[in-house]
Write a protein that binds this ligand. Structure first.
Ligand code: NAP
Ligand code: 3JN
Length: 335
């Protein structure tokens, strides 16, 4: 069976990845519709060696569409997902617009595939930092129950879109060539050769002092794991890396689990690639995960400051498993 597919936000960092993954996974596309803003209408994008013309998104864009992959931000999803559903499409939405709605499944296929069936026309794709965290932690939670998670992220600039990649590249080149006065458009401070403890870059801080990215990780982790009792705290940080988010993760479990047992569990866990050979200086890297599908886990060791604690290092390509791949895996399960 082949189906008509629409990609909303096709010209963006996630949109471009959607096309690559639809193609490489041979998703059964009958007709493909590429949608973006008026600015990009008429632009050509390649799919299976052919040129496809980007069209302006309107409320009439979804006639005949079976699967709509949304990745153009929350306000676009809030406005256009209802039109897509009305036209008979099932939407997989990459934005935070519906993630915490009770009647919208928030799905990572390795963790809670059973929730897909509960959808009413829209399935939410979690935040990239949450996805890689829960893929790594679900097998441990199932084995010994996780009581508390403390996570700090090191997030690539591509998480903030194509303009952010451009700003890092241009600012780096400008600094290296000795020019002064580079004009930033996106990040509040220099991102080249720097580390910014603020994500997103605008309107980030909430009354509790956390950023919205941090609270997404807290709330989404509980919803996907189906366990509100897990305590989660997060610090999200932008680093001058183009692709792949890295995370330092500390967990406290109800029952004791050794580092060796965690390695054994994760060596066969779905979607996980264990890279943990410290004798040979082998551990996950952003460069290792970029362009790959798996969540890479390593540096697994017992937290010697508490009775039942584990530390680990978790890395994944934020545009693939963190966004486009996870959404397409959901769509595959839908079909
Ligand atoms: P991006 O590179 O800035 O691309 C934004 C895309 O949205 C472009 O295709 C843009 O089209 C389109 N767009 C903007 N305004 C539009 C409008 N009025 N009507 C139609 N299309 C419009 O951003 P990105 O990194 O791809 O991310 C896009 C969204 O995906 C984010 O805002 C977020 O909601 C979601 N996202 C989720 C995750 C995750 O963690 N799961 C990760 C990254 C992003 P033009 O070319 O016409 O401007
Ligand atoms: O900054 C990152 O690394 C991830 C960013 C994700 C993002 C960016 C803009 C809007 C989101 C998201 O997925 O939560 C959103 C949003 O839809 O709220």
């Amino acid at each position: 069976m082949t189906v008509n597919v629409a990609v909303v936000g096709a010209t963006g960092a996630v949109g471009e990845e959607f096309l690559r993954i639809l193609e490489s996974r041979k998703f059964p596309v009958k007709e493909l519709k590429l949608l973006a803003s008026k600015r990009s209408a008429g632009k050509k994008m390649r799919f299976y060696g052919c040129d496809y013309t980007v069209q302006e998104l309107t409320k009439h864009s979804f006639q005949g569409i079976k699967i709509a992959l949304f990745s153009a931000g929350g306000s676009i999803s809030r406005e256009y997902v209802p039109y897509a559903i009305e036209s008979g499409a099932v939407c997989v939405d990459n934005s935070s617009a519906f993630r915490m709605d009770d009647d919208v499944p928030l799905v990572v296929p390795e963790v809670n595939p059973q929730d897909i069936a509960k959808h009413h026309g829209v399935i939410a794709n979690p935040n990239c930092s949450t996805i890689q965290l829960v893929v790594a932690l679900k097998p441990i939670h199932d084995a010994v129950r996780i009581k508390r998670i403390v996570v700090s992220t090191y997030q690539a600039v591509s998480g903030a879109g194509l303009k952010a990649i451009d700003e890092l590249q241009k600012e780096t080149a400008s600094i290296l060539s000795g020019h002064e006065g580079f004009k930033r458009n996106l990040f509040p401070y220099q991102i080249a050769f720097n580390v910014l403890p603020q994500i997103p870059q605008s309107n980030a801080f909430l009354p509790n002092g956390y950023t919205s990215e941090e609270m997404k990780m807290v709330n989404e982790t509980k919803k996907i794991m189906g366990d509100n009792s897990i305590r989660v705290t997060a610090t999200t940080v932008r680093v001058p890396v183009i692709r792949s988010h890295s995370e330092s993760v500390n967990i406290e479990t109800e029952r004791k689990i050794t580092a060796a047992a965690v390695k054994k569990l994760l060596s066969t866990a779905p979607g996980v690639k264990l890279v943990d050979d410290t004798a040979n200086q082998l551990y996950p890297l952003a460069t290792m995960a970029a362009g790959k599908d798996e969540v890479f886990v390593g540096r697994i060791r017992e937290d010697e400051s508490i009775d039942h604690g584990i530390n680990m290092w978790v890395v994944s390509d934020n545009l693939r498993k963190g966004a486009a791949l996870n959404a397409i895996q959901i769509a595959e399960k839908l079909l």
